[in-house]
Design a protein around this ligand. Structure first.
Ligand code: TMP
Ligand code: MG
Length: 223
């Protein structure tokens, strides 16, 4: 029987990696066979083009490369990872936990287009990645929602306020704000489970967010 594909999506610093690891530990303790995968797959040669893009080789703004082109770079990295690293696990019934996925194109590349073109792009992307390339569509997408303000605060902390460590997305505040909107638009369109990760301008405690995550995952696994 095919396994389950669970995706963590959210802006930088929303806690995707932390929650992914927490859920992994919980599910392994409960006896499930689980695998964790993260995108982009920076260590792999398949990420060469997206690394060039994020490092500014094609221009120093996100908008220097149109959303369809950038989407292709990220999609190529994804399919290479799927085919070589986790297709068999999913086919054999394991649970695969992903940190970012096609959902990141849905958030980050949509925001480059005028709003009246969002549906056209999102429908194209869905068809391209899930039908044409043959990537599996997620069984559950958990959207860890934080504002662009909090995201920037968390990034500053992560990089010790060193701007040079940021990629071209992270450097562009206006772009991150647009991603906040395209993120919620995609969440609604594709039925993602939105988990509010901030309260009064601060991140909620990790344990509380983990409980919300587990609640959604239990619904999926017990269905
Ligand atoms: P990172 O911040 O997790 O290292 O991811 C790199 C950036 O690339 C981040 O701003 C989100 C963006 N991205 C896409 O635009 N499309 C994708 O498919 C992925 C995986 C990431
Ligand atoms: Mg980032």
């Amino acid at each position: 029987m095919k396994g389950k594909l669970i995706v963590f999506e959210g802006m930088d610093g929303s806690g995707k990696a932390t929650q992914n690891k927490r859920l992994y530990d919980t599910l392994v303790s409960a006896g499930y066979k689980v695998r964790r995968i993260s995108f982009p797959d920076y260590e792999a040669p398949s990420s060469a083009l997206l690394r060039m893009y994020l490092n500014g080789a094609f221009g120093d703004k996100p908008d220097s490369v149109n959303g369809y082109v950038a989407s292709a770079f990220f999609a190529v990295d994804r399919i290479a990872s799927y085919l070589s690293k986790w297709r068999t696990a999913l086919d054999d019934g394991e649970i695969v936990l992903l940190d970012r996925y096609t959902t990141s194109n849905m958030v980050h590349q949509t925001s480059k287009l005028p709003r009246e073109q969002w549906d056209e792009y999102l429908d194209w992307l869905y068809d391209f990645e899930f039908n044409r390339l043959g990537l599996p569509a997620p069984d559950l997408t958990l959207y860890l929602r934080v504002s662009a303000d909090i995201s920037e605060k968390m990034l500053a902390k992560r990089y010790g306020n060193d701007e040079s460590k940021k990629d071209i997305h992270e450097r562009d505040e206006d772009y991150l704000r647009r991603c906040e909107e395209s993120g919620m638009y995609s969440a609604k369109k594709f039925g993602w489970k939105v988990i509010e990760c901030a309260e009064n301008g601060e991140l909620r405690p990790i344990d509380e967010i983990a409980e919300d995550v587990l609640r959604e995952v239990s619904v999926l696994l017990n269905a």
